[in-house]
Design a protein around this ligand. Structure first.
Ligand code: SAM
Length: 206
C-alpha cells in the first residue's frame, strides 16, 4: 500500500469510539441497510471500525483502511475481543491502494473522511476507490448545511476537532462539498439522500 504514514489527532482511538461513534450511529444504520449481506466491502478511512463491525455482523467480508495508528489499534482491540474473522484492519494511506486489484470489491465506502482531507488527497482517494470497487458509497456533511441548530452543531463539532481539521472542513465547504469532489473524480451519482435533519448526505455512485 505504499508509504505508511500516520495522521494523529488528539481524539483518535478511545475518545472517538466513546463520543463520536455513538453520534453517527443512525448514519451507520442507514448505510448498513443499503449494503447487501455477504458483500465484499472496503471501508476507507474507517476510524475505529464502527461501520466495519456492523457490516461484518451481517455477513459481509470487510477490510478497513485507516491512516491513524491509534484508530487502527482501537479497532483491532475490539476485533480481538469479539473474535471476529471476516474483518481485517490495515494501517495505510488510502490515496494508494495498489495492493488491491481493479474491481476487487463489491462496494467501497468512505464516511466522514473527505471533509478532513486536502482537496488533492480526497481526489486521489476517490480515484482509488473507483478503481478497486464496482460501487461506491460516499457519506459526508451536506453542503450547504441547514441554517437551523442542527447545521450549527455540525460546524461546532468541526471547530472542537482542532484548527487544522476545521480549516480543511472550511475548504471542503467552500469548494462545494461532495458535489465538487465527485465531479472532479468523474464519479457518476446513482442515488442521494440526506439524513440527520438534512445535515448529512449519503451518495451511492460508481
Ligand atoms: C472523521 S474520521 C471518520 C472515521 C469513520 N469513517 C467514521 O465514519 O466515523 C476520518 C478518518 O479519516 C482518516 N484518514 C484521513 N486521511 C486518510 C488517508 N489518506 N488514508 C486513510 N485514512 C485517512 C483519519 O485518520 C480519520 O480517522
Amino acid at each position: 500500500m505504499g508509504r505508511i504514514l500516520n495522521k494523529p489527532h488528539y481524539y483518535d482511538g478511545r475518545i472517538y469510539e466513546r463520543i463520536i461513534d455513538p453520534y453517527f450511529a443512525k448514519v451507520r444504520d442507514r448505510i448498513s441497510e443499503i449494503i447487501p449481506s455477504r458483500s465484499k466491502v472496503l471501508d476507507v478511512a474507517c476510524g475505529t471500525g464502527a461501520l466495519c463491525f456492523r457490516l461484518a455482523a451481517k455477513g459481509c467480508e470487510v477490510i478497513g483502511v485507516e491512516l491513524s495508528l491509534k484508530m487502527v489499534e482501537q479497532a483491532r482491540l475490539r476485533q480481538e475481543q469479539g473474535k471476529i474473522e471476516n474483518l481485517q484492519f490495515i494501517h495505510g494511506d488510502a490515496t494508494r491502494l495498489e495492493e488491491f486489484s481493479d474491481k476487487a470489491f463489491d462496494i467501497a465506502i468512505i464516511s466522514f473522511g473527505l471533509h478532513e482531507m486536502a482537496q488533492d488527497e480526497g481526489r486521489k482517494v476517490l480515484l482509488e476507490m473507483k478503481r478497486v470497487a464496482k460501487r461506491l458509497i460516499i457519506v459526508d456533511y451536506a453542503v450547504p448545511q441547514p441554517r437551523r441548530l442542527a447545521g450549527i452543531t455540525c460546524r461546532f463539532k468541526e471547530i472542537v476537532a482542532g484548527w487544522d481539521h476545521f480549516s480543511r472542513f472550511k475548504e471542503f465547504y467552500r469548494l462545494g462539498g461532495l458535489n465538487f469532489l465527485l465531479k472532479e473524480a468523474e464519479i457518476k451519482i446513482l442515488d442521494r439522500e440526506r439524513i440527520k435533519k438534512k445535515t448529512i448526505e449519503i451518495i451511492q455512485a460508481r
